[in-house]
Design a protein around this ligand. Structure first.
Ligand code: GTP
Ligand code: MG
Length: 301
């Protein structure tokens, strides 16, 4: 059979479960997930090669009104992702109202003539499925979706249907990447993201949103299966630094130990992780710093 492929952007409002769906479809965790909105900051590519079809997913930051340069970067990265793909998955939460976000995406699909599938995620939270039909009817007025798939990234319900619908949108012409490609994220970035996920999980409110994580060193110790890693957490204020470190270093220890467990599972070896916390005031508005931390708009110019 001729090999087929498709580039697919996963889009939607913050916190609807875009990254969770990507991980579930790939059966590998490459995108971090948290209960706080605006978890994903960059485009993350994940590749699934199955049944002679290669689906190349682009996970995108949840769309929201930009308040600083980092937000503007995120918004641009969504726009650019949508412009360059064969199809989109618009993710919404079951039992939620239509907002400006969905309307804006529908408008974008229309202007680009882009096929889109509507994924209604978190169906596990519904007590009965009665609410699905009216929600589907409302959303279907926005756009002529190629398919509507109720699903749950948590239980796996509907995930195979979603993949099957996406395969229908693929075209002939071979694969874009090697069959065993999983992601375009370098190992250092994956490791830094694992640390940022723990910050989002363990710290309250705005503090994690004002952090960036950078892995400065990642080196295999010769003759052993240990990787030595140095990472820096940048935050915006001295007071935040204190909170991230915690009493007697207790919070930083917890962050490091959870992140290390994830890394050891993913990389399949032991990790010796050292983390420092540094203050860089207002980094989210400083283009030079954004660039040095990997939030680089120049790819888009
Ligand atoms: N109950 C339930 N929770 C889910 C499901 N999918 C995702 N979640 C939860 O929803 C929250 C957000 O998930 P993410 O995957 O980070 O959402 P996102 O859309 O990528 O968010 P941003 O990157 O911030 O735009 C997390 O707490 C997930 O555990 C689901 O199917 N059911
Ligand atoms: Mg995400």
């Amino acid at each position: 059979m001729e090999k087929r492929s498709a580039f697919i952007a996963i889009v939607g409002r913050p916190n609807v479960g875009k990254s969770s769906l990507l991980n579930k479809m790939l059966r590998q965790k490459i995108a971090i997930v948290s209960s706080k909105p605006q978890t994903t900051r960059t485009r993350i590519m994940g590749v699934l090669t199955e049944n002679d079809v290669q689906l190349v997913f682009i996970d995108t930051p949840g769309l929201h009104k930009p308040r600083n340069s980092l937000d503007k970067y995120m918004l641009r990265s969504v726009n650019e992702s949508v412009a360059g793909v064969d199809a989109c998955v618009l993710v919404v939460e079951a039992d939620s109202n239509i907002t400006e976000g969905e309307k804006m995406f529908a408008e974008k699909f229309r202007s680009l003539g882009l096929p889109a599938i509507l994924a209604i995620n978190k169906t596990d939270t519904l007590k009965t499925k009665e609410k699905l039909a009216p929600q589907i009817a409302e959303l279907s007025k926005l756009y002529d979706f190629s398919a509507v798939v109720p699903c749950s990234a948590q239980t796996g319900e509907g995930i195979d249907d979603l993949k099957a619908e996406l395969r229908k949108l693929s075209s002939e012409g071979g694969y874009m990447f090697d069959e065993d490609t999983l992601t375009d994220q370098p190992e250092r970035v994956l490791a830094a993201e694992m640390i940022r996920e723990k910050l989002l999980r363990l710290l309250d409110k705005e503090i994690p949103h004002g952090t960036a994580v950078f892995v400065e060193k990642m080196r295999e110790r010769s003759g052993s299966d240990i990787i030595d890693m140095d990472a820096v957490i940048y935050c915006e204020r001295d007071s935040h630094k204190g909170i991230i470190i915690g009493k007697g270093g207790s919070m930083l220890k917890k962050i490091g130990s959870y992140a290390r467990q994830d890394m050891e599972r993913f990389f399949g070896c032991r990790i010796n992780l050292q983390i420092w916390v540094k203050v860089k005031e207002d980094w989210r508005n400083r283009e030079g710093i954004l660039r040095s931390l990997g939030y680089d708009n120049s790819d888009f110019d």
